[in-house]
Structures are given as structure tokens and as C-alpha cells.
Design a protein around this ligand. Structure first.
Ligand code: FAD
Length: 406
């Protein structure tokens, strides 16, 4: 097909759309438009090895720069898509330009959730973490012996805590909930991670809110809801993300908790697809529509959309998976732990190798596998099969998960 395909956003999903279009020998022009200064890159290392200074920037790229040196590919970086005109099939860009498309892919990702206006929230030394520039700013402030306060004990906050404590900073994590990662894991898993972080010298302040920040131009302390004030040379805020769906809404596309797409990654306009963090999509495995913040989802939706743009009829129906690295602990998550009535731990937490299986009426929904890749791999298939498990023997980790199906 010779259609001109324009991709708005140049992140992880966008990079994969271009790669799949090329692999499928799309013959038309491809235009990639991104507001960042960088070619598509991976974000997971930003709170892990790249933050720790253990990974060079070149290794972040989804594809090397030479990959885009193709006469059919035009890359416009430092360029923002300001509006979509679905009738005229054009995009308005900044710097000022209008671009025509036959088919459009929205790969706009998400942005960090910002704190509500609090005293001192704009002081220097207060950081968010979403892109390479954010990491560079944090690294500039991250020196041994300094006091780092992290707001939010989700994946990103805890990964930063692990890296920073390894670099010799004094780390305090402030969390409103009564346990870490409460939104995504069972109490048994939270308890394990709390112990691990404390053992590494990280102070956890749970059930604690934030009142504001003090400092003279630069942050010096953080005031907490319990009336205490803790010293801070730098602050990292990790309180979640918001999908970039406003452009789509303004263009009249259907938007709910993200840009609504079907299982072919098509939006409510047949010529516009959407992929990655910005989408709200059907999940057959969960029986409802969901929004995911994960590389697996970004890559699989990108492959699906690109294949369909090349005339195939592919539908996206994968078991979601995710990972988080904290210290030497590899947490791999298959499925989504929502609506479970039991959470059973297999293996020994004190040996730092166990998994937690989430079930509803005996049916497996999700697994958190900590240093147990075998359980993770088997769980993906069992979740897809909606397997019913032998609850009486599930805690016995000497029996493989796949052998516990009834
Ligand atoms: P993005 O990668 O966010 O790309 C969207 C791009 O669109 C951005 O460059 C944005 O600037 C650009 N854009 C937005 N609006 C416009 C506009 N109007 N005009 C032009 N460009 C625009 N996932 C995992 O599975 N495992 C992990 O361990 C993990 N760790 C993470 C750690 C960090 C620090 C972060 C930030 C994310 C992590 N994630 C992880 C999530 C994962 O990186 C995202 O799910 C993935 O990047 C989504 O890809 P995307 O292309 O949809 O969005």
C-alpha cells in the first residue's frame, strides 16, 4: 500500500509502529512526529540502570538512528502536534506546519501526574521522572550523602529508592497508603518489599501525606501531614501518570480513561489508530476495557496497528505483563491483580524467591513472580487459558504451576 502514514508521538510504541511497517514492507511515506529531542527510546531503564549510570544513552534507543535513514521515512523531532482535523485529514504542528495523512497513528503516551498546588512545589530540586531530560536533572542532584525524599511508593518511586540508596544517598519514601505498591500487589508482597527496602536503609513513612516544601529558591525540607519536617536536598515525585488523550478528545474521537480503541487498535475514526499508554482498550482476558502503562502493551498494540495498516486483520488479545527491578529482586507480573478473592504465596519469602498467585473462585487471574521466572512464564499461559487451580496444593512450590491445574 502507498498510503501516507503519520505517527503522532515518537516514544516506545511509535518506534515499534515504524519497525513493523518497515518489516511488512509498507511502500508509502511514514512521518514520525515527536515533541522530545530524541528518537524513540525505552523508558524502563530511566528508573533503573540508566539512572544508576550503568547504561549508556545509546542503548536506550528502540532502533539505532541509521534505521530511520530511509527516503520513505521523515522524522520530525522537537515538534508538537497541536491539533487534528479529522475531516481534512491534517495535523497542525508547532513549529507551524500542516501535515496531511491518509492514516494516522496516535502514540502520544502519558505524562506524569503533578502534585496539586502546595507551598514550595516549584522550588528547584523537586523532580518528576518521565524522560531522559528528567533523569539528567535528577542525576545532577544525586550525590552521595545527600537526603533524597521520594513522594509515592509505586514502582517508579521504589526503583528510584533502590538506585539512590545504592549510590549512598539517605532515602526516605513518603506514601499516603498503609503499604507500598498497594494499587497493584497483595499485602504479602508489599510486606516483603517493605522489609527489603528497610534492610537497605530506606526509611518508609507510610500513611503519611504531604503538606509542602521549604527552602530558599531550592528545596531544603519537606513538611508532612503528621506535623514532622524532614531534610531534603532533592525530591522525586512518582504519583502516577495521566494519558495524553486531550488532542483526540478535541478532534471529536471517543475518549474515556484514554483514547478508546477496539481490539484492532482503531479509534472511533476508521482512519485513525491509537497505541500504547494513551489507549483505553478491550481486554478479553479481563472481560472489560482497561488502560495499561507497560512496554508489552505498547509494543503489542504497535505491532497490531501496523499489521492492520498493511492490510492484515490482526486483533490484540494478550495477557498483560510488566516487570520491576529493585536491588537484585526481579519482580515479573503476569495478568492484572484486580477482583481477586484469594492471594496465595508459593515459595519462601526469606529466600527472596517466591510468587504470589491471585485467583477468583479458583481461576488464576495474575501472578507476581519475585526471582521466579518459571512461575511467571507458566502463569502467562495459564491466565490466557483461564485455568482453575488446585488451591489445596498451590502453596507447594516444589510442584510446577502448570501441574496444578484441575
Ligand atoms: P511514551 O513512551 O510515553 O511515548 C509517547 C511520546 O509521545 C513521548 O515522547 C511524548 O513526548 C510524545 N508526545 C506526547 N504528546 C505529543 C504531541 N502532542 N506531539 C508530539 N509528541 C507528543 N513499563 C514496563 O513494562 N516495565 C517497566 O519496568 C517500566 N518502567 C518504567 C520506568 C519509567 C521511569 C517510566 C517513565 C515508564 C516505565 N514503564 C515501564 C512504562 C513504559 O515505559 C510505558 O508504558 C511506555 O513507554 C509506553 O510507550 P508509549 O509509546 O505509549 O508512550
Amino acid at each position: 500500500m502507498k498510503e501516507k502514514i503519520v505517527i503522532a508521538g515518537a516514544g516506545h510504541a511509535a518506534g515499534q509502529v515504524v519497525a513493523t511497517l518497515r518489516q511488512k514492507k509498507h511502500e508509502g511515506e511514514i512521518v514520525l512526529i515527536g515533541e522530545e529531542h530524541w528518537l524513540p527510546y525505552q523508558r524502563p531503564p530511566l528508573s533503573k540502570k540508566f539512572l544508576a549510570g550503568e547504561m549508556p544513552a545509546e542503548r536506550l534507543f528502540v532502533k539505532p538512528p541509521s534505521f530511520y535513514e530511509d527516503p520513505r521515512i521523515t522524522v520530525k523531532l522537537d515538534t508538537t502536534v497541536e491539533a487534528i482535523d479529522c475531516k481534512k485529514k491534517t495535523l497542525r504542528l508547532s513549529p507551524r506546519e500542516t501535515v496531511q495523512y491518509h492514516k494516522l497513528v496516535l502514540a502520544l503516551g502519558s505524562r506524569v501526574r503533578r502534585l496539586p498546588s502546595l507551598p514550595g512545589a516549584d522550588l528547584a530540586g523537586i523532580h518528576y521522572l518521565r524522560n531522559v531530560r528528567d533523569v539528567q536533572a535528577i542525576q545532577g542532584d544525586m550525590q552521595e550523602g545527600r537526603n533524597l525524599v521520594i513522594i509515592g511508593a509505586g514502582y517508579i518511586g521504589l526503583e528510584v529508592a533502590a538506585v539512590a540508596s545504592g549510590c549512598g544517598l539517605n532515602v526516605t519514601v513518603v506514601e499516603m497508603q498503609d503499604r507500598v505498591m498497594k494499587r497493584v500487589v497483595a499485602p504479602q508482597v508489599s510486606e516483603f518489599y517493605q522489609k527489603e527496602h528497610r534492610a537497605q536503609g530506606v526509611e518508609l513513612r507510610l500513611k503519611t501525606g504531604l503538606k509542602g516544601f521549604s527552602g530558599n529558591g531550592r528545596v531544603r525540607s519537606v513538611q508532612l501531614s503528621d506535623g514532622t519536617e524532614i531534610p531534603a536536598d532533592l525530591v522525586v515525585i512518582g504519583i502516577g501518570i495521566v494519558p495524553n488523550s486531550e488532542l483526540a478528545a478535541a478532534a471529536g474521537l471517543e475518549v474515556e480513561n484514554g483514547i478508546v480503541v477496539d481490539d484492532r487498535c482503531r479509534t472511533s475514526d476508521g482512519d485513525i489508530y491509537a497505541v500504547g499508554d494513551c489507549t483505553f482498550h478491550p481486554s478479553a482476558v479481563m472481560g472489560c476495557s482497561i488502560r495499561l502503562e507497560s512496554v508489552q502493551n505498547a509494543l503489542e498494540q504497535a505491532r497490531t496497528a501496523a499489521a492492520n495498516l498493511c492490510g492484515e486483520d490482526l486483533h490484540y488479545d494478550q495477557v498483560p505483563w510488566f516487570w520491576s527491578d529493585q536491588y537484585d529482586l526481579k519482580l515479573q507480573i503476569a495478568g492484572v491483580a484486580q477482583g481477586y478473592d484469594s492471594a496465595i504465596v508459593r515459595g519462601a519469602r526469606h529466600e527472596r524467591s517466591f510468587s504470589c498467585v491471585y485467583l477468583n473462585e479458583g481461576r488464576i487471574l495474575a501472578v507476581d513472580a519475585v526471582n521466579t521466572p518459571r512461575d511467571f512464564l507458566q502463569a502467562k499461559k495459564l491466565i490466557a487459558d483461564r485455568a482453575v487451580m488446585d488451591l489445596g496444593r498451590l502453596a507447594d512450590s516444589t510442584i510446577e504451576l502448570k501441574d496444578l491445574v484441575v
